[in-house]
Design a protein around this ligand. Structure first.
Ligand SMILES: [Zn+2]
Length: 285
């Protein structure tokens, strides 16, 4: 059954506002030929959302799924790292994590989280998380290549003085890279497809969608301002490329064939993959 699943899977991500700190890469220099005004709503700036924030967000969702099965998850940091807050690592170990890599003692692949995300240096993770390229021009977005429609904006905020006699005079100006009205496909590639990987991905995405307004499960920065509230959905891995593109086409509904694949996925594939995940995590706990 796992042979029907290709190495490439896609997660649909939709959000009104995404702020990735200062690390959205833009191609404004191509588009503007020197006339770029960062607050001009007419600008046609595309860019790239790097995979770091996305990867952390997904990993956190997967850790929750593992926790709900009463197992511990691999800590993302090595135990001898120079953490800024003393005692935090041990507190995390008490809260459902095991020391990164300690799972390798029982199994060469480690726990399912380590198997997917890898270890620094010696083993690459078996899921490759790609950046998402976004463009404001929907017709140029290729969803099969993990792209998105998104509108880059530079937000400027004035931090003003609180002293009455200053009459709200600006103390400083803070700029923020943001993408608005984002809708696209996050492309993940398995280096090796295992049923428990697919189940963990599916369950983590369901979990993240259900907890999208929890501060801990929002994506990127500006969370206090509603940034990073993400609607997410695993695109049925049984879909063809044409069917994948149809998911993002607002003018078309899904076909009967797609509906049949949805039933097949929900009734046959996912339950079997979930049992593999439970078996593996159960053996690890
Ligand atoms: Zn582990």
């Amino acid at each position: 059954m796992i042979d029907s699943i290709g190495r490439d899977v896609y997660v649909r991500i939709q959000t009104d506002l995404l702020v990735i700190g200062d690390s959205i890469m833009t191609d404004r220099h191509h588009a503007s030929s020197g006339n770029y005004e960062d607050d001009d709503p007419q600008n046609q700036i595309g860019g790239i959302v790097p995979a770091f924030s996305l990867s952390g967000w997904l990993r956190h969702g997967m850790e929750k799924v593992v926790h709900e099965k009463d197992a511990t998850a691999c800590h993302p940091g090595v135990s001898n790292a120079n953490f800024q807050m003393e005692g935090v690592y041990n507190r995390d170990l008490d809260a459902g994590y095991h020391e990164k890599g300690s799972c390798l003692e029982d199994d060469d692949n480690g726990c399912v989280i380590l198997d997917l995300f890898g270890d620094f240096g010696n083993s690459p993770g078996k899921v490759m998380r790609r950046p998402i390229k976004f463009s404001p021009v929907r017709s140029s977005v290729d969803y099969t290549r993990g792209q998105a429609e998104g509108h880059y904006r530079r937000l400027n905020r004035n931090v003003v003085s609180r002293n009455r006699e200053d009459d709200r005079r600006p103390l400083r100006n803070a700029g923020l890279d943001a993408v608005g009205n984002f809708d696209g496909a996050w492309h993940l590639s398995f280096r090796k497809v295992k049923p428990e990987f697919v189940a963990l991905l599916a369950q983590a995405i369901t979990y993240l969608d259900a907890h999208k307004t929890d501060f801990m499960h929002q994506l990127g920065g500006a969370r206090n301002f509603g940034g990073g509230i993400v609607d997410c959905e695993l695109v049925n891995p049984l879909y063809s490329e044409t069917e994948l593109q149809r998911v993002f086409d607002r003018s078309k509904d899904s076909t009967n064939k797609m509906d049949n694949k949805d039933d097949e996925w929900a009734d046959e594939f996912l339950p079997e993959f979930k049992s593999s995940l439970s078996a593996r995590v159960g053996a690890e706990s």
